[in-house]
Design a protein around this ligand. Structure first.
Ligand SMILES: N[C@@H](CCC(=O)N[C@@H](CS)C(=O)NCC(=O)O)C(=O)O
Length: 226
């Protein structure tokens, strides 16, 4: 469900850390009210992007082979996807009536009936307002899609003739971008954004290869935690 939690799991695995997942659907367990949060020996690391310097301080090379220009580009791509494209995924899950009808039971299906009638709608309202504040929630569909298509085009151009975003090895940029693209593609309903990803051969090749290479070790960790 969570692109950011999946990203954190990929980063920890990429760094060769010995880690264990603890799954929750309640973000209030985190000091920031957002997930993921990493319980590290010296304290909590409360954001997937803050895990990058934490891992690097422990000698992880999350941008292997990149010079300072490559690293700058990787950083910019992470920001582009996390601060723009991911809102398209959120819109399809939380705002679109068809998307919400499919997404709500997946996230809140286990919630007892009286709470389920109140809490999901309240959270949804907060997200709708958040997207309005951010700006994308004020657009009509064509305008929103123009924003997302620009990101998809940039990713497609970056991936042209390459297995990973920045070369022949996955980097922290792939840890961030793959879960967002994969989450968009995985949406239960057809939306302009999901169709734009599903119809893009370069992005679909990336999503399928990425799931195979980067998600497989996470499934092992999830099975061990179950
Ligand atoms: N910048 C944060 C974003 C984390 C984030 O947005 N997490 C979502 C789940 S995917 C969350 O906890 N949302 C709950 C909320 O906003 O109340 C990171 O990279 O860790």
């Amino acid at each position: 469900m969570s692109g950011f939690c999946t990203k954190a799991m990929i980063l920890l695995t990429m760094a060769g850390e010995d880690w264990q997942p603890r799954f929750t659907v309640d973000p209030s367990v985190s000091p920031t009210g957002k997930l993921p949060v990493l319980d590290a020996p010296e304290g909590r690391v409360v954001d997937s992007n803050l895990m990058i310097p934490w891992l690097e301080a422990r000698s992880a090379d999350l941008f292997a082979g990149l010079d300072s220009l490559g690293r700058a580009q990787a950083h910019a791509v992470i920001r582009m996807v996390e601060e723009n494209l991911r809102y398209g995924m959120m819109y399809d899950r939380w705002v679109s009536p068809e998307g919400w009808a499919a997404f709500m039971p997946v996230v809140f299906g286990d919630m007892p009936a009286p709470l389920r009638l109140i809490i999901p709608g309240k959270i949804r309202k907060g997200i709708v307002n958040g997207l309005k504040w951010q700006g994308l929630g004020r657009f009509r569909e064509a305008e929103r899609m123009a924003y997302f298509e620009a990101d998809l085009t940039a990713l497609t151009d970056l991936l042209w003739g390459r297995t990973w975003l920045f070369g022949d090895r996955p980097s922290a940029a792939d840890a961030a971008v793959l879960p967002i693209l994969s989450g968009i593609e995985h949406c239960a309903v057809d939306t302009p954004l999901t169709l734009a990803v599903r119809r893009n051969k370069t992005l679909m090749r990336y999503v399928e290869q990425g799931r195979e290479a980067l998600y497989a070790p996470l499934l092992t960790a999830r099975a061990a935690a179950a």
